[in-house]
Design a protein around this ligand. Structure first.
Ligand SMILES: [Zn+2]
Length: 159
């Protein structure tokens, strides 16, 4: 497996972007609650690119964060990768949306009891999060997300 080149620390106002980046397979963490003042230090310590919408963060000494101006997540993703100067290869649906862990294939037997009965009947391939135990399957939500990933990729190509 190729090593993930980009990892991000987002300030707490970017919760939606954080989920979206995880959906695309990117390593994305939210700055811990109550640590706003340590945002840039936390990013540096963990070797993550700091991402914020607060312009004032860009004026502080030390490593510069990426400051986004767009208010919608799709626009923010385009802005983020334009600022970094490259379009990464997305690996959608490889991370837990809740906790950023890489998902592992979960046998049907192990998924049983952790998924709704109608899903049990319809789906036979599952991925699970080793940290929180959440189980993912390729349902209607998955299809909607696939369409969204395509839209984001198309927008990035235009840039
Ligand atoms: Zn999880």
């Amino acid at each position: 497996m190729r090593q993930q080149r980009h990892s991000f620390l987002l300030d707490r106002m970017l919760g939606k972007l954080c989920i979206k980046l995880r959906m695309l397979g990117m390593d994305a963490k939210l700055n811990p609650e109550g640590e706003a003042g340590r945002f840039l230090v936390n990013a540096m310590k963990e070797g993550r690119t700091a991402v914020t919408r607060a312009r004032s963060q860009g004026d502080r000494p030390g490593p510069r964060p990426v400051v986004l101006s767009s208010s919608d997540t799709a626009g923010q993703i385009v802005e983020l990768f334009a600022a970094i100067g490259e379009v990464p290869r997305f690996e959608p649906f490889t991370r837990c949306l809740e906790c950023n862990e890489l998902l592992v294939e979960t046998p049907e037997e192990a998924a049983k009891g952790r998924i709704p009965p109608n899903v049990e009947k319809t789906f036979h391939r599952f991925h699970g999060c080793p940290a929180c135990g959440r189980v993912y399957w390729e349902g209607s939500h998955f299809q909607a997300m696939t369409d969204e990933v395509k839209r984001i990729e198309a927008q990035l190509k235009k840039h």
